[in-house]
Structure formats: C-alpha cells, structure tokens
Design a protein around this ligand. Sequence first.
Ligand SMILES: Nc1ncnc2c1ncn2[C@@H]1O[C@H](COP(=O)(O)OP(=O)(O)OP(=O)(O)O)[C@@H](O)[C@H]1O
Length: 253
Amino acid sequence: MDTIILRTNKLCKSFSIGGVQQHVLKNLDLSINKGDFTVIMGSSGSGKSTLLYALSGMDIPTVGDVFLGEENIAKLSNDKLALIRRKNCGFVFQSIYLLDNMNILDNVLTSGLLLNRNKKEVFHKAQTLLKSMGLNEQDFVKFPNQLSGGEKQRVAIVRAIINNPKILFADEPTGALNSASSTQVLDNFTRLNEDGQSIIMVTHDIKTALRGNRILYVKDGTVCGELNMKPYKLLESSNRMQKLQQFLGEMGW
Ligand SMILES: Nc1ncnc2c1ncn2[C@@H]1O[C@H](COP(=O)(O)OP(=O)(O)OP(=O)(O)O)[C@@H](O)[C@H]1O
C-alpha cells in the first residue's frame, strides 16, 4: 500500500496587493505518496510555485493544513518550522544559491554539519555524493564561479540531499541550463528517485516533466487533473511523451 508522506487539507493561499486580494490556491486537497516523482505543471501564474512553497513550509498557507507526516507544518512557530524543514526538506531552485566565498566541498559540508556533528561522517558522505553526481575530486576545491551552470546545479542537489530529506523539492531546476546540462541534472534526479528519494518538482518544460511518474496540473487555484505513469526508465520515452502531450492537451495547456 502507498504511504502518504505529505497531505494538504483545504489549503488556501491569498496575496493582498494594494488592498486587493488575489486567491491563488483555493481549498486544495492533495496527497503525496512516498517514493513518487511528482511533477507540478500549469500555465504561467497558475500558482505552481506558490503550491510548492506551501507544501515545503517555505511559506505559510492563508488557511488550511499541510501535514508532513504527522506534523501540521501550517500551524508551527517559525523556529519549529525551520527545524522541521531542515530535517525533512531539500530544496533546488532555478537560481543556484551557493555561497560564493566557499569552495564546493565547504558549501555541502556547511549544510551537512547543521544536522550531523560527526565531521568525518559528513565529510565522507559529501565526497561520495559529489562523486555520484559526476563531480571530480579536483572540482571540490573550486569556488562556484569556477564551475559551469550544470555543475553548480549538481552541487546544489548534493547540498539539498546531504541530510537525507524525506522530500526533495525543486522549482524549475533546469530552467537556466542548456540542453546537455539539463539532461545531466535530470538523470541525477531520476537516479535519486530510483533509489527511493521522493521528489516534488515544478516545471513548465515537457522534457523535464517526463521524468515524473505523477503529473499534477494546477488551474483555477486547485489541482484539476493528474496523469499517472510508470517510473521513467520503465515506460518507453515516445510512449511517455505521447501520454503527457495528450494529458496536457486535455488540460488546455
Ligand atoms: N509574494 C507574493 N506576493 C504577491 N503576489 C504573489 C506572490 N507570490 C506569487 N504571487 C502571485 O500569485 C500568482 C501565482 O504565482 P506563482 O509564482 O505561484 O505562479 P507559477 O504558476 O509558479 O508561475 P510561473 O510559471 O510563471 O513561474 C501570480 O499571479 C503571482 O503574481
């Protein structure tokens, strides 16, 4: 049976601009299963990033609940929320926020040591993960401005997973990358998911979305449709593309 790791209950998010309320998410009920590679799609401005931020505790809903396991993260103090987020959530964004004054290894270690004080263990894990992402030992002492965009994003993924997050959240992680670098980054997401990592990713890019096994479509403040597919490696890509295009067509994309 599927295990639900994240669940919303009547999730609403509104913004007030100049006294005018904009209701972006409206009574949204959603469950995310452990091990899924969930992709959130929808037209520009439909609320994809707003949903991702509410699901991950990066932002607080206006009304409603978000259960991460048993914990309702919509109702926590800022301090408690920050701790829960650090323990359970990893983040990868389109803009790559590495610390420019630290080398690659230190960027990863800084995150790892926030939760694990065993320096030797964190050091070993950081090196292993960086290598598994295709980075060489010579790269470890380089600074972010000495790496390509794709290499930097792979470091950002390592930093996001160094503390074994329950869920890896990604917002357009290949949005700023060229095609070859995007493929490398996506191959790493696929590999992590095959190893059991639950992933929730926002994208407007079909090639990126193909990596998911569950595609959610956001429209009118809610999830108005979903497509379930076999994991990426188990369903041939032309078949996958056809299914996704048909689904997106039905959704009015
Ligand atoms: N902090 C904020 N303050 C005010 N309005 C906001 C804020 N964040 C988002 N919005 C508004 O909420 C709506 C949804 O934004 P969101 O970024 O979630 O959309 P999106 O589907 O991710 O769009 P895109 O694909 O263009 O990135 C937009 O109209 C946006 O202007």
